[in-house]
Design a protein around this ligand. Structure first.
Ligand SMILES: O=C(O)C(=O)C[C@H](O)[C@H](O)CO
Length: 319
């Protein structure tokens, strides 16, 4: 089994980059305009993955910019609490930390989310935030389509990081995490995200995302689109059914989901899935075992209101 960096000796297991937002989750159902009370949490797809991996004991670096404001301080506190390496998080004096508000649902449907993130500190991430020594100290780079969607310069950082990490022989995972409202057009989103996906070893789209990105309708068609262009494994999340994967060697399997009776909030399921799958792959587990862990952590993520609070510690996962 490949050992993870338990000793935190300056080496990272995983590095990722993205935006943190303060998140206000409605405590009542209905139109957000009518809601009077909210619970404060932290959000951000790549940060959720960083939190989940850190809880499992991996040494994780998260690269970002936050504003010199309350939400920026909140983010830094969360990073400290979770034991995430924040050496490459810059406090930007010019731009604010973003935030979002999220509705409450009780029927298992997706809540609605409203962003206040335009022009945020994190949207000013750029190639200048790529510290070669820092990134190079990690074994693995995890990217998602959210950081890519923040701005042209954040997108350039994602491409640069992928190119450089690949040249350094590191493994790369990519979760498309489509956020159409953040892109100038669907065509640009598809082009750019496919370019990032093709720089990765492991690609983890949801079924609908894969259909949009590849124009293929079936999981196999989506997987083949990426595998024929050099990706090593494509793992497709099929919602309540679980996931399906195919590798470049042609291995494929369906991995059934874990049934959840009490869905509290569906947001964060994909990040939980990425945490399980990536942590297991980096420990040297088989892809099937990794996807089983992905399903398990995805199912835990949807049983809490926050996007990361359902993510388990190593001990909780073992239970
Ligand atoms: O929605 C976004 O853009 C976020 O990054 C916030 C959330 O935490 C994310 O949706 C969960 O994947």
């Amino acid at each position: 089994m490949t050992m993870l960096t338990a000793a935190h000796n300056g080496q990272l297991d995983v590095v990722t980059l993205g935006e943190a937002m303060a998140m206000f989750v409605a405590t009542q159902t209905g139109d957000l305009a009518d809601v009077e009370t909210f619970t404060k949490r932290i959000a951000g797809a790549e940060l959720n993955v960083a939190i989940g991996l850190a809880r499992l004991g991996l040494n994780v670096g998260w690269v970002s910019r936050v504003g010199n404001d309350t939400f920026g301080r909140f983010t830094l506190q969360q990073l400290k609490k979770e034991g995430i390496n924040a050496k490459q998080v810059t406090v930007d004096g010019n731009y604010p930390t973003g935030f979002q508000i999220k509705s409450k649902t009780t029927d298992g449907t997706d809540p609605s989310v409203e962003y206040f993130r335009k022009g945020s500190a994190a949207s000013h991430l750029s190639v200048d935030d790529f510290n070669r020594e820092y990134f190079g100290s990690a074994r693995h780079l995890h990217l998602s389509g959210v950081a890519a969607a923040l701005s042209g310069q954040s997108l350039a950082l994602c491409h640069h990081a992928a190119r450089e990490m690949r040249a350094m022989g590191k493994t790369i995972s990519f979760d498309p995490n489509l956020r159409p409202v953040l892109w100038s057009s669907q065509q640009v989103m598809i082009e750019q995200l496919n370019k990032l996906a093709l720089a990765a070893d492991w690609v983890l789209p949801g079924l609908k995302e894969g259909q949009i990105l590849t124009g293929q309708s079936t999981p196999e068609g989506i997987a083949d689109f990426y595998l024929e262009r050099g990706v090593q494994a494509v793992i497709i999340k099929t919602g309540p059914d679980g996931a399906w994967f195919k590798t470049a060697a042609g291995d494929q399997a369906v991995v059934a989901a874990i049934k959840v009776d009490n869905v509290v909030d569906t947001v964060g399921a994909g990040d939980g899935f990425a945490v399980g799958t990536l942590s297991a792959l980096l420990e040297g587990k088989t892809l099937k075992q990794a996807v089983q862990r992905g399903n398990k952590i995805g199912s835990l993520a949807i049983q809490a209101i926050g996007d990361s609070e359902g993510l388990p510690t190593r001990a909780a996962l073992a239970e």
